[in-house]
Each structure stands twice: as C-alpha cells, then as structure tokens.
Design a protein around this ligand. Structure first.
Ligand code: SF4
Length: 763
C-alpha cells in the first residue's frame, strides 16, 4: 500500500553524520529504490511502472539525460531514476481541497521536500489578485487570463517563457514557435544555469555546442577523465559504462574537490559479482582545489608540448587553428603559481601525464564542477586544447563529453529553446511558417530575473521546473518574481515556485512522461534527445493522475490559439491532434531531423531512434569561424580566497535531483535526516575553530557588499580539498549573487562562492 504524504514538515533538520561510503549502488541501492517506490506507488504499481522505464516501447526516464545502451536490461534504471519515476507515478494527489486547506502564505513556509511529497496536481488552479488561496479554474478561463495579461503588455518582450529540461521535443518546438510568433526571444531555460558554458566554449572551438562522444566511444577509450562531476548520484548508469570501459582496459582519472563513492567503487546491481564485490573505478583521484581545473589542464598541456612526439602534429596541422599562439602561452605558464591554483602536487601531475601519454584515445567528461565558475568558458576551452593536442576529437574512443542534466535539456535547445537563436534557424522558421520571427536576442535566466526585478518583465510563464529554487540569489529572485503581474507554472507536482507568485498566478497541471497521452488522432508519443545526441521515442503507459490534465503540447497549442487568435496561420489544432504533424515541421526546419517520423517509429537503425549528426565526430569537420578546430590562448584564472574564508561549492545530495528533494539523506556522504550541513576539511575547521557538530551561519562575500546569509548549518568535518567547503542547494542559492556569473555564458557561478562561517546564534 502506498503511504500518505507527510502532514507535518519533517525538515526539522537534525542531521546524523557517519563515515562516508567508499562504494556506490549495490544491495543498498536496491533497498532504497524499492522502499521509496513502494511508499509512492505501492507494490503492484512499482513493478508495472519500473519495468517500463527506458525500455524501447516504454517511457524515457524523467531523471537525467544518460543514454540507453544497445542491450536493455529488464531493469534499465538506476536508484535515482526510480525515485524520479516514483515521484511522478505517485498515488498521492494535490487536489483543490488541498489548496483550500493551505494558503499561499502557508505553502511559502514549507520545505521543498514537504511540497514535493504532497503528490500530483489534479486541477488547473488560479490565485486571484489580492487572494491568498489558489482556487479551481477551467482551462478556458486560465487561457483567457493569460491572454488578457499578455494583451495588456506594452511589448511581447515584457513576457518571459522559461523551459525546464524535461519538456519533450514536440512541446519545446511548439513553445518556441508560439513565443516567436508572439514576437519575443525571451526563452530562458535551465541550460542557462548548467551547461551554457559548455555550449559557448564548444561552439567556438569545435563548431558544435554538444558532446562528440557516444556510448561506444566510452567502451573503446584508453583514458577517461571525469572532471567536476559526481556520476554516482547525478548520472548513475554512467557507472555501468565506466565499469565496461575499465573491463576493456581503460584507465580513469577523476578530478574533484570531493572524494565521491561512485568513482571509488561501483557495485553493479545487475550482476551478483558486481553487487557483492563491485569494481574499482578511479585509477587516479586528483583532489583539485575548487576552480583549479583550467590550471590543471594548462599544466598537462604545457608538459605535452614539452614532451618529444607527444603532440599529434599531423592532426594539428591539418585540422586546427591558433596552435602557435596557444603553445607559446602554455609553454610560458608559471609552474609554481599554476600548480598552487590546482591544490595538487607535482607528483600527481606527473602521474596524470604518464596516463595521458599512454593513451591514444582520451575522453574528458564533465558537469557543473566545470561550468558554474566565472572562468568556466576558458576552462572548457583549455579542455578542448588538451584533446586537440593529441588529436582526440573525431576518433573512436575519444572526444568531449559534457554530461547533461535534465532528460531533454539538450533536445530543448536543439528545438530552438534559446534566447540567442542562430539567424539560420530563424530564417528556416520564417520560410516554414510565413511570419517574421524577432531577431533581437532575448533574456537568459539571469537577465530574466533582472527584468522582473526592474519591472521590465511582467508575465512569467514556466514550462515545468522550479524557477525560484533553481535560480541564484534567492532573496532577489523571489522579490523579483513577486513584482510580476502574472506567474504561470505548467507542472506535475507542487514546488516552491507555486508559493512565490506575481499579483495573480496560475498552476496548469500537465501529464507526466510516464502517462498515456490520448489526443484527437489517438495515442501519442513524444521524443527526447539524450546527452550524446541520440533522439528516441517515449511512450507513456500509465493512466493519467487526473482527467483534468493536459499534455504539454496541448497546453501550448491551446494557449497559442487563444493568444494569437485567427491571425496565426500555424496549424495549432492539427499539432495538438497529432504530434506527428509537429515532427514533420521539425524535419523541415532543423537539420538532422529529416524523415523524423519514419526514423523514430520503425527503429530500423538504432533502437527506437537515431543519432544526430556531429561534424567534428563524424567527419573531423569543424564548422567554426575559422573552419578549423580552434586552440585558445587565454590566461589561467582561478578564484582568490581571502584569509579566514572558504570557497563553497553548492551541490546535490544523493536524495535529490536538481531542486527535487526525494529524501533527507545523502547516503554516500554519511549524512542522514538533514540538509543544512556544510562539509569542511578538518584542518580548515581546526584553523577556524569549528568543532564537528557545531552550528554556523554561512555568509557570502562578494564585491557588492550585500550580506547574503544562510543560517544554521551543522559543521561536518569532511575530506574536502583544503580551503574548499560544500553545501546543498537550493538552501545555499541565497549565497550566490545574481551578477556573479561566468564570462561569456552568464551561467551563475554556483560552484565557487567565497564564504565566512560565523558561529550560529543558535549554537
Ligand atoms: S542514469 Fe539518469 S536517465 Fe538513467 S535511470 Fe538513472 S536518472 Fe534515469
């Protein structure tokens, strides 16, 4: 029997702390998976639902964007994938009665965990101006309210259309089309806060803003560098791929300020041997100082240049641009300063170099640990320099591998969810739909928050997500959101963004990916694109949580008809009735999607889908400004740390996916029943006189002298890199200044926040 949602908010935060774990998955993962799944879905539904995840005729996991292997296991999901599915397929419901019992002010006092545990939204809800409770509203009335507010705007650019990375390709394409037909490019998305730095650096250096590596490449690699990523929690099935790569002879170097259990040992639950003994993954763990990655790759590049015959000169001469300028600068790098920036020893660098030189096929994988710093774009350019030097792009078993977060975040960008669209994309849209799309760039996430704060934006529409919790500078963001005329959230579950509203607000409940989607032409499927550029179908199988839900594409199509009216020549009704008609248009507008419908339904090629072209990988062709792969010469940057301060990285616990909190434990790090903890190196704690178990306030320090305080964190002595601390978001997003962003990509610098720790008044 599924359990009821928690009545009282369990987040009293009394964390218990034990020793961190040194192995991931295994029998405990199975136990936790079944416990959480049973709590949400009960036994029978758990079995029915989990056996459909990531199967060819099933639905795509709404967790991360890790690809499906050729051969699917009966249980083709990980612990965190099961948690994501269980949260969506839960039997708990948030009905109009719930909103009658809980005012918006009450909801604003609740933890993200409590809100998320209440269950699936069942009805469209409206918060009238001046009201304090959401009330049921009809879909028609809801679209009327949005149309009224949009009509009252001075310009379409006063509206914001945010996208969370769970939105399907079909919904995303229709959504951007609606916004552009309305007249704005204000399409901020969650990518702005995560891999935007990767897209910026890769577009510039290799001409494609996406990874060049496929799963097969991982299995063929000699060396895999995993930098600034914790796959054991954030992409758990990646551990299976790393285990297979190791079995094929690969070596693994992990680069991280924190030792992570998932990279130490992986107990693969798919095999008895794996479950009991497991496989060691790391061959070398480089405990880098926060923000020291560019310095590390600079030193490796310097040593490669200084090693006779180590550079793949033939590749460099034929396929690259800017080598000499880069090589001159790299050779001139100051050892002592650059090494100090890494926090590593010369011996560790030499060991890493030995492994690099022994490898003919090298892959670098990364995530937020590289993308959320002021100097993230130069860091990723330096990673590309590192791979170009030895010709590790466009060769099997080699390449760049930014591992994406949300399950379709890459697909949404491919569909045109981007505030800075390419002229060629807008030309194709104009040719296909016969209207002149806006050419002026729109707002990304940080700019959108500024626009709300400054009154330049008045209508905020979110397709999924939990904007206020995902964004930086929480107090600023929440105040900005409250300045809006109207806030609208298309959601499956309750979250904090529903409690931080504009003058009036709407919650539009939508189908989840696990649910059957019946439209006029019959049962529909949607498509997604994973982190490696593979596009495949996803078919919901469960009965919808409520008969009052609409699918994402249906919401967009009905909204577009209501707002754009008869002037629009786009066949919104047809789109809603049959998503194949949306895919036909995608096939004509976006390169690589030719014969889209034929290729996702008959699975003639790859199971249930196809791989998008990637010129650097497929042909060693680099569609950059120079027509070559570009080396980049740039000074090495790294965060400065004033005396008595620590560099804080915000991160996820193991019971969390982005801002969705599945539970209050962080099992691999030995944290139980609490989230307000700060991990501090014991030597730093001693120097700062911080006893393990004492309570502190985290106070962010930044050039604007605004005091940003996160009170009441339990100090946990933890083997972090010296000078580096870690704590969970969204609780610590309050410390990240809105204007502290990465150069070029404008991604919030959430991984390197200078903090001081003050004894809490409570302690
Ligand atoms: S690895 Fe990612 S996509 Fe795969 S099951 Fe786990 S959460 Fe889902």
């Amino acid at each position: 029997m599924a359990s009821k949602p928690p009545k009282a908010d369990p987040v009293q935060d009394a964390p218990q702390v034990t020793e961190p774990k040194h192995a991931a998955a295994g029998i405990p993962a199975i136990g936790h998976t079944l416990r959480i799944a049973q709590q949400q879905m009960g036994v029978k539904r758990t079995a029915l639902t989990l056996l459909r995840v990531n199967q060819k005729d099933g639905f795509d996991c709404p967790g991360c964007a890790w690809p499906e292997p050729e051969h699917r296991h009966a249980a083709e999901f990980c612990e965190n994938g099961a948690k994501a599915v269980a949260e969506e397929a839960t039997l708990r419901r948030v009905t109009p009665e719930f909103f009658a019992a809980h005012s918006v002010a009450d909801l604003a006092t609740r933890s993200g965990y409590w809100l998320g545990q209440q269950g699936r939204l069942t009805h469209p809800m409206h918060l009238p101006e001046g009201g304090d409770h959401y009330e049921p509203v009809t879909w028609e009335r809801a679209f009327d309210i949005i149309a009224e507010e949009i009509a009252a705007l001075g310009s379409p650019d006063e509206a914001l259309f945010y996208t969370s990375g769970r939105t399907s390709n079909e919904a995303a394409f229709a959504y951007q089309l609606f916004a552009r037909e309305l007249g704005t490019n204000n399409l901020p998305d969650c990518s702005n806060m995560c891999h935007e730095s990767s897209g910026s650096a890769l577009s510039e250096t290799i001409g494609v803003g996406k990874g060049s590596v496929l799963l097969e490449d991982l299995y063929q690699a000699d060396l895999i560098v995993v930098a600034g990523q914790n796959p054991g929690t954030n992409h758990p099935r990646m551990l299976s791929a790393l285990e297979k790569a190791k079995a094929n002879g690969a070596k693994i170097i992990s680069v991280n300020p924190l030792p992570e259990a998932g990279l130490e040992r992986f107990k693969n639950p798919q095999t008895p041997q794996g479950m009991l003994k497991g496989a060691a993954l790391n061959d070398l763990f480089l405990q880098i100082r926060i923000g020291g990655d560019q310095a590390l790759f600079r030193l490796l590049n310097k040593l490669i240049l200084e090693t006779e015959g180590a550079v793949d000169q033939a590749f460099v001469d034929e396929h690259t641009h800017g080598y000499e300028e880069f090589a001159t600068q790299a050779r001139a790098a100051d050892w002592d300063e650059t090494l100090a920036a890494t926090g590593l020893t010369r011996a560790e660098i030499d060991e890493a170099l030995r492994m690099v030189l022994a490898s003919q096929r090298t892959i670098v994988c990364w995530a937020m640990g590289l993308t959320q710093h002021k100097h993230s774009v130069p860091t990723i350019r330096e990673v590309v320099n590192f791979l170009l030097l030895r010709g590790n792009i466009g060769r099997p078993g080699a390449g760049v591998c930014p591992v994406r977060g949300h399950s379709n975040v890459q697909g949404d960008r491919t569909m045109g969810i981007f505030e800075r669209p390419a002229p060629a994309f807008l030309d194709a849209l104009e040719k296909e739909f016969g209207f002149a799309p806006p050419r002026e760039h729109g707002y990304d996430v940080v700019q959108a928050i500024r626009a709300l704060r400054d009154g330049d934006a008045k209508v905020f529409f979110a397709m999924g997500g939990n904007f206020v919790s995902a964004s930086p500078d929480t107090d600023v963001t929440e105040a900005a959101m409250r300045r809006a005329r109207l806030t609208v959230h298309v959601s499956t579950k309750l979250n904090r963004s529903h409690a931080i509203t504009g003058a009036r607000a709407l919650i539009l409940p939508t189908l989840g990916r696990t649910e059957r989607d019946l439209q006029g032409s019959g049962e529909q499927f949607v498509t997604v694109e994973d982190s490696m550029g593979m596009v495949h179908a996803s078919r919901g199988r469960l009965e919808p949580a409520s008969t009052h839900l609409l699918s994402e594409p249906a919401i967009v199509c009905r909204l577009a008809r209501r707002v754009l009216g008869s002037e629009s020549r786009t066949p919104w009704e047809e789109f809603e009735k049959d998503y194949a008609t949306i895919r036909d248009r995608i096939a004509r507008v976006i390169p690589g999607f030719e014969d889209f419908n034929a290729r996702v339904t008959d699975s003639a090629g790859r199971p249930g889908g196809f791989t998008l072209p990637h010129a650097p990988r497929d042909e060693r062709r680099f569609p950059t400004a120079t027509g070559k792969a570009n080396f980049t010469a740039a000074p090495v940057e790294y965060p400065e740390l004033p005396e008595g301060r620590l560099l804080l990285q915000t991160l996820r616990s193991h019971d969390q996916y982005n801002t969705t909190i599945y539970g209050l434990d962080d099992r691999y790090r030995g944290i139980k029943n609490g989230r307000r903890v700060v991990l501090v190196n014991p030597e730093d704690a001693q120097k700062l006189n911080l006893a393990d178990g004492s309570y502190v306030d985290l106070v962010g320090e930044w050039k604007d002298d605004v005091e940003r305080r996160a009170p009441g964190f339990r100090v946990v002595h933890y083997p972090t890199a010296r000078g580096c601390a870690a704590a969970y978001y969204p609780e610590t997003n309050v410390l990240v200044p809105l204007d502290a962003t990465a150069d070029t990509s404008n991604t919030p610098a959430s991984k390197s926040v200078v903090v001081r720790l003050e004894q809490s008044a409570a302690d």
